[in-house]
Ligand binder design. Structure first.
Ligand code: ATP
Length: 351
């Protein structure tokens, strides 16, 4: 987290952006310390790309301030901002070789440090493991290789900030996982402030120092991956960040903490807020087949075998309950166990 000694690499201060009458971002506030890997995650149309385009200077905010490295860049055109960008669809020049594409990144800027352009291009191609393919045309490369070249091109001028807009979403699942590890390695090696956009929750959890969960043009929560996963601030975050069982509950007692969900009492370890109605959630992997602090009787509706585990769709008191585990019931009625420690109150942060 940023403290008073950390320079913010990137800041959005009360930024709102509209397209005609349609508001795309509403009062977005982000402060991303230098060297942080920060991810914007949210459903399609929530405003992730607009946030990134506003940082890059392609969109002008109706109100608010954009700062990069502490400098107000709100009115600066994109070419004056010290940012490198990688888009979803590679965007390499097909008539140029790999090497020429990366050198193109240096057309307006000298390379950083005491090296000439050729040395810098070579260093960037080595960084992304593409030096061997420097003479190839982009059309002869795989999607993953093209994205590595696009990354080398964006990094060549040594930008202060790297902006990545769904750079892996056109790739197959296995390659996506490999390349996200590579991107994180490179980001750590260069210690470059990075803003990453994805709609993939797992990718966001895996790659980030911190995450902003965006919904309908607003930031719902900012936190570490563990924080947003285990302590969701809103019902939306609870349901969006990974699978979850989310229930409306009535407070039965505060000491000891207990809530009632569809007529069943659930004990909690978390303290309860000062309200009668709360939202609670239990992760599917925390529901056991067998007993727990509370045992529920449920019907198995459908089982999906995933290999390393199964998703067991159950109903309990007419409500759906998702369970994830290795044991697969035969069907019919099962006992589901929930432990008090695994019941989270939405919007209630553990201190
Ligand atoms: P996706 O994951 O589908 O790329 P996103 O979260 O990146 O979505 P944005 O592209 O930022 O979402 O769009 C935010 C909102 O602004 C959407 O309602 C979208 O329709 C609208 N929008 C984006 N660009 C424009 C534009 N050029 N003109 C009009 N409306 C736009």
């Amino acid at each position: 987290m940023a403290d008073s000694t950390t320079t913010p690499g990137v800041e959005l201060d009360g930024v709102s952006v509209s397209f005609g009458d349609v508001p795309a971002l509403a009062d977005v506030r982000l402060s991303i310390p230098e060297g942080e890997f920060f991810t914007l995650v949210g459903p399609s149309g929530c405003g992730k790309t607009t946030t990134l385009r506003t940082l890059a200077g392609f969109e002008t905010p109706a109100s608010g301030t954009v700062r990069i490295g502490g400098t107000d860049v709100t009115d600066q055109p994109p070419e004056d901002r010290d940012v490198g960008i990688v888009f979803q669809n590679y965007a390499l020049f097909p008539h140029m070789t790999v090497r020429e594409n990366v050198a193109y990144g240096l057309r307006y800027r000298s390379p950083p440090g005491d090296v000439d352009g050729d040395e810098r291009v070579t260093a960037m191609l080595e960084l992304v493991d593409m030096a061997e393919m420097r003479a190839r045309q982009p059309t002869s490369l795989s999607g993953g290789q093209q994205q590595r070249v696009a990354l080398a091109r964006a990094l060549a001028p040594g930008p202060d900030v790297l902006l990545l807009d769904e750079p892996l979403s056109a790739l197959d699942a296995r390659l996506r996982e490999r390349l996200r590890v590579k991107i994180r390695e490179i980001q750590r090696e260069l210690d470059i402030t990075t803003v990453y956009v994805t709609h993939d929750q797992e990718e966001a959890l895996a790659i980030s120092d911190r995450i902003a969960v965006v919904n309908d043009g607003r930031v719902e929560q900012i936190g570490t991956p563990r924080d947003v996963y285990h302590n969701p601030a809103t019902r939306f975050v609870a349901a969006f960040m990974g699978e979850n069982n989310v229930f409306e509950a009535r407070v039965e007692s505060r000491d000891p903490p207990r809530v009632s969900v569809h007529g069943t009492t659930l004990p909690l370890e978390a303290s309860l807020p000062d309200r009668e109605q709360v939202t609670v959630c239990v992760r599917p992997e925390d529901v056991s087949l067998g007993g727990g602090d509370v045992t529920l009787s449920a019907n198995v509706e459908h089982v999906e075998f995933l290999g390393d585990a199964s998703r067991i769709h159950c109903t309990w008191n007419g409500q759906s309950m998702l369970v994830k585990g290795r044991r697969v019931p035969d069907g019919g009625t099962v006992s589901l166990g929930i432990d008090a420690a695994d019941v989270t109150v939405v919007g209630r942060r553990e201190s």
